[in-house]
Design a protein around this ligand. Structure first.
Ligand code: CA
Length: 229
């Protein structure tokens, strides 16, 4: 499950080592040397996971994690803290700051990749390759097939990702900005009406087999995948 991962680490050698291993595992790596640089990058593109070093010059990783958790837009981005400390108190502080997991340095690349995979599976099911079944629709990320009953649905790549995200987060309302962040990975350069265009195409693709019941417009808020009418 390839993901975009922001690595916030001030030691160039460690940053490089992490980046090489993550890229080798198929991920896209973004790099920042401190919290301010990371904050600027996050404002433009929301990564799927943030690997955050605890000890950073300027704002600490811990403070930055709290800042991310306080912001509506970044609240749900999975954070893995990297720490050289192993004390129980620090672990508690790390998890209380909102980190999903932490890795104590030095760590093996294999462990790092496995932890990222576990966090993604837990927090971002739309990035995994597990088939999803919801409301009579079956979506298979490996074969890129979508079936509803006996019918195979023909979806473009964006509609496929959009449906995948909606099906793995059913019944919840997603704003256009959230969908841009989660499906397009970009809320700055892509306009919100782009979402409407692809929602319309998705509805058209689902309509012959499923009718119009699944993709609902929630006025003033966004869109929702409804399992039942
Ligand atoms: Ca450091």
């Amino acid at each position: 499950m390839p993901a975009s991962i922001l690595v916030v680490e001030d030691e160039p050698a460690i940053q490089e080592l992490i980046a090489i291993n993550l890229e080798h595992a198929g991920h896209t790596v973004l790099r920042a040397l401190d919290a301010e640089q990371a904050a600027r990058m996050v404002r433009e593109v929301l990564p799927d996971v943030i690997l955050l070093d605890w000890m950073l010059p300027g704002q600490s990783g811990l403070e930055f994690a709290r800042r991310l958790r306080d912001d509506e837009r970044t609240r749900t981005v999975p954070i893995i803290m990297l720490t050289a400390r192993g004390a129980e108190l620090d672990r508690v502080a790390g998890l209380e700051s909102g980190a999903d997991d932490y890795i104590t340095k030095p760590f093996s690349p294999r462990e790092l990749v496995a932890r990222i995979k576990a966090v993604l599976r837990r927090r971002s099911p739309q990035l995994t390759e597990e088939p999803v079944e919801q409301g009579g629709i079956r979506l298979d990320p490996v074969t890129h097939r979508v079936r509803a009953g006996e019918a195979t649905l023909d979806l473009g790549p964006t509609e496929f990702r959009l449906l995948h995200f909606l099906m793995t987060h059913p019944e919840r309302v997603h704003s256009r900005a959230q969908l841009l962040d989660k499906v397009w990975g970009d809320h700055v350069f892509v306009e919100e009406r782009t979402v409407d265009v692809h929602i319309r195409r998705l509805r058209q693709a689902l309509e012959p087999a499923c009718g119009e019941r699944h993709i609902q417009t929630v006025r003033g808020s966004g869109y929702r995948f409804a399992i039942k009418p």
